[in-house]
Design a protein around this ligand. Structure first.
Ligand code: UP5
Ligand code: MG
Length: 199
């Protein structure tokens, strides 16, 4: 469909490097970056009702209700369409299988699902380091442990969900090497789906 814009999901554990890789994709492909976590943190900062509802859940490393994240993502996509975004880069969503199913039903299917693979110890090290300066209320050891727990129980099954949904939609990339090396693989994966269509 000429009006449809590609959607890419960037998934991976806490601190795996989703935001870091999304910055590079935006630089090269002009997609609109929609980080569910950033959208939620904006609401907390602005002190909106959504923000007040989600602040504690995020501090506890738990998932906020899917209708909240889906609403924020859909609103940002609508704005992006008006601003002629070339496509959408959804970072850190969906985080559970029911969220993925909801997105399929209410929005559509992503063109590509990138999964950043990183050992837990490495993610922990990165988050603790970032916590020295990030000011993020969830970059502390107690919350990091809860974020890992939520990731393993609820988010890891999403990878299998997409793998079973459509052959080739899922691309797993190790995010252990330096960011620009990780990005080389991602860049190729995006070019290869772009090569199959004209968008
Ligand atoms: N770094 C990055 N790549 C590196 C590399 N290759 N080598 C060495 N260092 C690397 O990177 C993290 C740190 O590692 C940085 O210091 C970076 O320089 C370094 P970053 O790119 O920020 O990783 P990212 O995966 O984006 O980590 P983030 O902490 O943002 O991931 P989370 O998934 O934990 O956080 P998110 O913001 O997505 O969600 C936060 C909370 O919001 C969730 O816990 C949850 O409570 C809530 N939420 C929902 O409930 N639903 C949603 O849909 C989304 C969020
Ligand atoms: Mg992030």
């Amino acid at each position: 469909h000429p009006k449809s814009r590609p959607i890419i999901f960037v998934l991976g554990g806490p601190g795996s490097g989703k935001g870091t890789q999304c910055d590079r994709i935006v630089r090269d492909f002009g997609y609109l970056h929609l980080s569910a976590g950033d959208l939620l943190r904006d609401e907390v900062k602005k002190g909106t009702e959504i923000g007040r509802e989600c602040e504690q859940l995020m501090k506890d490393g738990k998932l906020v209700p899917v209708d909240v994240t889906l609403r924020l993502i859909k609103k940002a996509m609508k704005e992006g369409k008006m601003n002629n975004a070339k496509g959408f880069l959804v970072d850190g969503f969906p985080r559970a299988v029911d969220q993925a199913e909801m997105f399929e039903k209410k929005v559509g299917r992503p063109r590509l699902v990138l999964f950043l693979e990183c050992p837990r110890e490495e993610m922990e090290k990165r988050l603790l380091k970032r916590g020295e300066t990030s000011g993020r209320s969830d970059d502390n050891m107690a919350t990091i442990l809860k974020r890992f727990d939520t990731f393993l129980r609820e988010s890891v099954p999403v990878v299998k969900f997409y793998d079973n949904l459509q052959p080739g939609i899922l691309v797993k990339v190790s995010s252990v090497p330096p960011p620009d090396d990780v990005y080389k693989e991602i860049y190729c994966a995006i070019l290869s789906f772009k090569g199959e269509s004209d968008d």
